[in-house]
Structures are given as structure tokens and as C-alpha cells.
Design a protein around this ligand. Sequence first.
Ligand code: PEP
Ligand code: MN
Length: 338
Amino acid sequence: MIVAMQEGAEEALIQQVIDHLVRMGFEVHRSTGARMTVLGAVGSGIEFDIRNLELLPGVQEVHRISSPYKLAGRSFRPEGTIVRLPNNIAVGGNEIIVMAGPCSVESREQILSTAESVAKAGAKVLRGGAFKPRSSPYSFQGHGEEALKLLREAGEKYKLLVISEVMEISQIPLMLPYVDILQVGARNMQNFNLLRELGKIRKPVLLKRGIAATLEELLLSAEYIMAGGNYEVILCERGIRTFETYTRNTMDISAIPIIHKLSHLPMTADPSHGTGRRDKVAPMARASIAAGADALLIEVHCNPDKALSDGAQSLFPEQFAKLMDELRIIAPAVGRTI
Ligand code: PEP
Ligand code: MN
């Protein structure tokens, strides 16, 4: 940690801060320049709020250098994490994994038809919501367990793994027999009780970035799951809320290389929620692969105009197939396969 003292801070104040840091267990390295003094504090493992140091008389600013997420941080596994799934599928390896399907599972015909087209185009995982977090309580809320059964049936028929969103703790045991990956949605990224429970299971969790969450907050949420012993965490950028209103969210492509630098966990991009508009999904998917995404999560619907949720951002099956062809050209340019 670096503690910069105010310009011209008196020696007595500097000494007070040094004593304070030593009491906290730090070894203090002092650097005195012509105008100001900077203290380098090394070593204490204890948890503390840096604002308490910023409040000490004579202190200008305080910067933490070591990361607050020990398990999710890159140094925990410098070589990177590969999340292994059934059917020899791995997220975080050389192959980019595409997860695709409707926002919600609506009917058997809908999920079977969509599964068939995404499988044919090269997706490896079928997505589909059974429990839907909707902004309005009057919007379609999902078909629950019935939807999970249909999702599994469609996955088995077309040799696709399945992913679906878990919204609360009580749904975990219900979902485990049906899904290969549990998705934590943007609205639940900081539902710490849910994250802790997901730390107790041994199945991969795809954790989406909250709509107003910093990347540090995303990694701290991953830390909650990992602290329970479940290291199979896949992160996901799905757009954040900004002042821009043209798109539903602003797709933060820079989150991909930033997460790869800060963390060893694989990173997914969801350009469907990231833009909220069908015509912007393919460009952002292409950009995400170019930026190094390990996986994509894309909404595809056999009849988007009739979708019960997120139709406007869902690709038609033909659009998805065309996008996959484009991605097969881009992936090798960044040393990946798809
Ligand atoms: C979804 O994947 O359909 C979804 C609700 O995503 P998010 O949590 O990113 O809004
Ligand atoms: Mn959706």
C-alpha cells in the first residue's frame, strides 16, 4: 500500500502515520522527496478500510496495491483456469465455446427448434431461462421446472450442454439435476447469500457482471463463490448502464482484456444483453472474439417476433449461422479455434 503525505506535512504528522501503520503490522518504507513524503507499507495481512487511513491528519491519498480478491486474482493461477464440462468441452482453453438459445424456454416446439438450429451452426451449450428476472412483475416470469425439463430434453436430443439462470438459493437443488452450468444474472451479482451457497456446490457457475458493477466488484463476487471451494467460475460481461440511451446497455469490450489481466478465470461476452438490439449483436460478438473472449452467450429464437422475452435482441437462426461462419474466420486470427 502507498500512503502519500500532503505537501509540506510536518515531521510529527509523518511519524504519527508511520507509528499507526507499524501498529497495524506493516513494515514501512519511507521515501522523502523535495516537496513530499511517500510511505510504502508492506506486509500486513489484516483487512481494513483504507478510508480510515485517508482520514489521518497529514495524509493526502492512499492506494492499495495488492488485490482484495486472492482466489480470483491472476496470481492465484498465473497459467489461467480451464473450466471443464461434460462432453469434453472446456471453457478457457484454446477453443471458444458458444452458448446460444432463447432468453426463456417457452414451449417444447420453441426450444427443440431453436436447439436444432444452434447445434447445427456450431453452438456447444444451449441457453434458456426457466426462472426469469423481469423488471416488471407483470412480465413473463418463466415456466420453472417444466422449462428445465424441456431444456434438458432439447440438450440431450441435439448433444448440447445446458445453462440456465438461478435466481435464489431454494432453486439450486431443483436445478442441479437438469443443468451443466448455473448462471447468476446481472441483478444477482451481489446477492452474497446466493453466491455463498453456490460456493458449496461442485458445478460450474457463470457469473454475470451487474449493470452498475465495477470489475473489482465482479471479481469480489467471484471470490465469494471460490471462497466456498467452488473454483469453477466463468465470468461474463453483459453490458453496463451508462448515459447512452441508443442501446439497452453499453457493451464494455475492454472488460475482456482487463479481466484476463486481473484474473485467471475464463471470460464470456454476452452481446445480446450488452446491446439489446439484434442488429448490434453480431458486430459486438465479432469484437469480443477479437478482444480475447473465451466464450459467447447469445440469444437466438426460432421466431423472435413472437418471443415472450428479449425478442428484439434475439437473432434469427439464419443470422446466428452467418455469425458463426464469421467467427470461424476471426478466431484463428487471435490464435483460437471455434
Ligand atoms: C438473461 O441471460 O436472459 C438475463 C436475464 O441476463 P442478465 O442477467 O445479463 O440481464
Ligand atoms: Mn434475456
